[in-house]
Design a protein around this ligand. Structure first.
Ligand SMILES: C[S@@+](CC[C@H](N)C(=O)[O-])C[C@H]1O[C@@H](n2cnc3c(N)ncnc32)[C@H](O)[C@@H]1O
Length: 237
């Protein structure tokens, strides 16, 4: 699939079976987001290059713990976490242009130096430009729940993607997932438990990490009575 921003970021390719974990929404971009995309993507974004792997030295210019976020949305948690953990190099993937523009503007405004972004399909990008055994952690926060049964195949936390992330983790590296959708949480727990390379770091649900902020979206879910479920699995040594 080609997007309007393809010239800038490369094609938003899918995982090969034509099924995407997202729909590209037409969502209007604010002037600030448009300006950030044009001016700051060349600085804090990565132009798509399938022949080049990305790691911490591309982000902070040295070896460092390396965390990859899948689908950062508007990037509120992403920016907060990068600020809270300045010694870690963060790479965030998001296909939604307004969100990318918003986070780019935030990176500049807050002077964040340990976070870069890519407007590329995370599934394709992790398979293509993230080296096996190179990642300390994956963050997957509140991925689209695709609640209708016929859409479950679009859920990003499927067995193939979990296997792919596990293959990119260092031994002891983690996958951290949060959702307000109980049935998706249960299904993801089963999917993660079925991956032999991973083990649950907790008995069942994880407890929120001090560095993970409660976002506006999450606060609303709690107010609406939907419990937040979190999972932390680690790659076996
Ligand atoms: C429900 S939103 C959650 C955003 C954010 N993590 C949060 O907690 O607010 C899920 C986001 O994942 C993005 N997304 C879904 N599949 C993706 C993929 N394969 N690659 C990159 N982004 C993806 C969507 O565009 C959407 O912005």
């Amino acid at each position: 699939m080609e997007s309007k921003a393809a010239g800038l970021t490369g094609p938003l390719s899918s995982r090969g079976d034509g099924i995407h974990s997202y729909v590209i929404r037409a969502g209007r971009m604010s002037d600030v987001q448009k300006d950030a995309m044009a001016r700051l993507y060349p600085v804090y974004g990565f132009a798509w290059d399938p022949d080049r792997t990305l790691g911490p030295s591309d982000i902070v210019g040295r070896e460092a713990p390396f965390v990859v976020e899948v689908g950062f949305g508007m990037g509120q948690a992403t920016a907060d976490i990068a600020e809270a953990l300045p010694e870690t190099a963060f790479l965030g993937f998001e296909v939604h242009a307004p969100g990318v523009g918003k986070l780019l503007a935030e990176i500049e405004a807050r002077g964040i130096r340990n976070l870069r972004v890519s407007r590329h399909d995370a599934v394709d990008a992790i398979a293509t430009v993230i080296a096996p055994g190179s990642v300390d952690g994956f963050h997957v926060f509140f991925p689209d729940p695709w609640p209708k049964k016929r859409h479950h195949k679009r859920r990003i936390m499927n067995a193939a993607f979990v296997r792919l992330m596990a293959s990119r983790l260092k031994p002891g590296g983690y996958i951290y997932y949060a959702t307000d959708w109980e049935e998706y949480a249960e299904a993801t727990l089963e999917t993660l438990l079925s991956e032999p390379a991973l083990e649950n770091a907790h008995e069942r649900w994880a407890v929120r990490k001090s560095w993970r902020p409660v976002t506006k979206f999450e606060r609303r879910a709690i107010e609406d009575g939907r419990p937040i479920r979190e999972l932390e699995f680690r790659r076996r040594a």
